[in-house]
Design a protein around this ligand. Structure first.
Ligand code: FAD
Length: 462
């Protein structure tokens, strides 16, 4: 990197790397990527758990749709190991709160209503977009009420959880209908859920992208790891970026790719303060938490074999350890189970010790499989919400948040550009969203560098 690079990119997750690659491809070679942690990948992150690589962050890729998915394409290039998940078996594996399975036909009937409700919501959302002016939006829950079949019973709730919270990370009552339905990731890229289970981790895909322009992921001078950005001083003349270790880096422009959760904290101090419109756009958006709690047992006591991969647990408290998955298809003999919780439950669980989480989880499992089940040998409770470099798992579009504000979330301020999953219009929350926003932000900046069309200096923008 030259003494004063043209662009500093903050964050080496999917969006930062894709932005950097886009700049490189366009001939802007003097860039510098500053990453807080000791690795690239960001929320695409694996860890070793009892001898197996498990994904703490992004786990699924989607395929089979009419639109080319470049992330899936890269996954194929690196021969990423995935398996196709089969959710059809959920209806045969839905447990009551006090144990015992619900009759399959009952669950199927409720799921059928949920599918019809989803279809209604998708159509209604399209109608809202086309026919109603003034950017009117409602929550998914309001859409469900218009359908006249709002989920009410614990069983209806757990099915609804699978259809919505499990994807959005937040319940239908706080999620935008218009910006969530139809679910573009599925409509475009497909509904085939490829579950990543590869010893190299999903992050190999981000590494693959980075290796297209970096000579090494450890020693290329354009990438600096363990550099926690704490201050961005900006003016018409450029940016100065200060890191926690006292270094200062200068450049003409910066691209900030940290999560909206991080932007909502004081980790990075902008000087001058970001304008009010920008701060409102940031503070009104939602960063949710999605937590996969992994448990390793000495042997299996849950059903295994075809059609058992997933099971649901019904509880009067919506979202109380609702969705379970075993890893026998991916890692036979691993004896690993994991359960997903989201939003407020995640926030609560993150405050507990691992032992306390284990006690809660074991109480549920004992209800389902009897008191004689063995103690887990190991437990992994990711705490994305508490991690200062993420402050959650991914963003979710709140029901009262309009398109104009979302445009502002991504708008540059002077020489400071913004990117990341939360800025995607179509694939918000997904790795694909992060990938595409990286390209879009870089192209926006390239317009500024090459053609002097710098949106960051529009009338209101500084
Ligand atoms: P990030 O990956 O967060 O990249 C930002 C980078 O900035 C990070 O590397 C961070 O360390 C760094 N950083 C933060 N603060 C600073 C600082 N002050 N200074 C320097 N660097 C800093 N997506 C899917 O497509 N499928 C899934 O199945 C899926 N499941 C998920 C499950 C979980 C639990 C989580 C957490 C995410 C999941 N996602 C999934 C979402 C997906 O992982 C993200 O949308 C995507 O990886 C975000 O990329 P990004 O570049 O926008 O942000």
């Amino acid at each position: 990197a030259s003494q004063t690079p043209t662009v500093i990119i903050i964050g080496a997750g999917m969006s930062g790397i894709s932005a950097a690659k886009t700049l490189q491809d366009a001939g802007i070679r003097d860039i510098l990527i500053l990453e807080a942690t000791d690795r690239i990948g960001g929320r695409v992150m694996k860890t070793q758990f009892s001898g197996y690589a498990v994904e703490m962050g992004a786990n699924w890729l989607f395929g089979g749709g009419p639109v080319h998915n470049p992330v899936l394409e890269m996954a194929k290039k690196v021969k990423l190991k995935t398996s196709l998940n089969d959710y059809d078996n959920l209806t045969s594996n839905t447990y009551k709160q006090d144990g015992g399975l619900y009759p399959k036909r009952l669950v199927e009937a409720i799921d059928k209503v949920a599918v019809a409700r989803d279809d209604f919501c998708a159509e209604f959302s399209t109608l809202l977009t086309k026919k109603v002016k003034n950017d009117v939006d409602i929550s998914i829950l309001a859409g469900q009420r218009l359908f006249k079949q709002e989920p009410k019973t614990p069983l209806e709730m757990v099915i609804d959880y699978y259809h919505n919270d499990y994807e959005d990370g937040e319940p239908p009552k706080v999620t935008s209908l218009k910006h969530t339905y139809p679910r573009n990731e599925f409509v475009d890229h497909g509904e085939d859920p490829y579950f990543v289970a590869d010893p190299r981790g999903f992050e190999i895909v981000v590494q693959y992208l980075a290796k297209q322009f970096l000579s090494s992921l450890k020693s290329d001078p354009r990438l600096k790891l363990n550099k926690v950005v704490r201050e961005i001083i900006y003016s018409k003349n450029g940016v100065a970026v200060k890191t926690e270790d006292g270094s200062i880096y200068k450049a003409k422009y910066a691209i900030v790719s940290v999560s909206v959760g991080v932007l909502q904290t004081d980790l990075i101090d902008f000087r001058p303060k970001l304008p009010l419109w920008k701060r409102l756009a940031i503070s009104d958006f939602s960063m949710t938490i999605y937590t996969k709690i992994f448990l390793k047992f000495p042997y299996k006591f849950w059903p295994s074999g075809p059609g058992t991969e997933f099971f649901l647990y019904t509880h009067v408290r919506r979202g109380y350890y609702p969705l379970w998955q075993h890893l026998e298809n991916e890692y036979p003999g691993s004896n690993i189970l994991f359960v997903t919780v989201t939003a407020e439950e995640s926030r609560r669980v993150e405050q507990l010790s691992d032992q306390e989480v284990e006690a809660e989880v074991m109480a549920v499992l004992k209800t389902l499989f009897g008191n004689n089940i063995p103690k887990p040998e190991d437990i992994l409770v990711p705490r994305w919400g508490l991690n200062r470099f993420y402050k959650g798992s991914y963003s979710n579009w709140p029901d009262k948040y309009n398109q104009n504000r979302h445009d502002q979330l991504g708008d540059p301020v002077g020489p400071v550009y913004f990117t990341g999953e939360h800025n995607s219009n179509k694939y918000i929350g997904y790795v694909t969203g992060a990938y595409f926003t990286g390209i879009d932000t870089a192209n926006d900046l390239l317009g500024c560098i090459k053609n002097q069309t710098c949106r960051g200096y529009n009338s209101q923008h500084m």
